[in-house]
Design a protein around this ligand. Structure first.
Ligand code: 4NP
Length: 171
């Protein structure tokens, strides 16, 4: 599971942190690897933006261990699911893949609330932009996990895994 935005310091590290918390809570850590990257290289090696870390922290999500990196063509082969935070990121990822790649999707295609197809870039805006990004990322992450769970045939928490085969698809 790879989330990709432009700088890898605001939107995609938030998605990484929020999704990882969800995966841990649902006991799926051994099945789903969560990572993030950027299409641009300006911030490689840096921590997520201070404003994004502080908004995430206020919701109990720490992004402190994340460091920005640039997405590589190999990522598009290695990860079964790649989510672009906006349409420009999606275009750039498709160009990097060099062929049609079913694993690449637009993050907000899974947003349960209809609206803009892009997660807005909060970098040049005020604090409310970061809070808004958090809301979008939180609800869409839940929806993505439900989608993957049903695609992989994994039971939900309220359906005990009795008789489950020993599948261990790595997402
Ligand atoms: P992100 O936000 O793509 O959500 O990490 C941005 C961060 C930095 C820049 C652009 C977007 N920048 O141009 O430096």
């Amino acid at each position: 599971m790879l989330f990709v935005c432009l700088g890898n310091i605001c939107r995609s590290p938030l998605a990484e942190g929020v999704f990882r918390r969800l995966v841990v809570k649902e006991g799926l850590s051994d099945r789903i690897e969560v990572d993030s990257a950027g299409t641009g290289a300006w911030h490689v090696g840096e921590q997520p933006d201070r404003r994004m870390r502080s908004t995430a922290e206020s919701h109990g999500v720490s992004l402190d261990a994340i460091r920005a990196r640039r997405v590589e063509a190999a990522d598009l082969v290695d990860f079964d699911y790649v989510f672009a935070m906006d349409r420009e990121n999606l275009r750039d990822l498709r160009r990097l893949a060099g062929r049609s790649e079913d694993s690449i999707a637009l993050f907000r295609a899974f947003d349960p609330v209809d609206g803009d197809p892009d997660v807005p870039d909060p970098y040049y805006g005020g604090t409310d932009g970061f809070e808004r990004v958090f809301e979008i990322v939180e609800r869409t992450s839940r929806s993505i996990l439900d989608h993957i769970r049903s695609e992989q045939g994994w039971p939900t928490n309220d359906q005990p895994a009795s008789g489950e085969s020993d599948r261990n698809a790595s997402a």
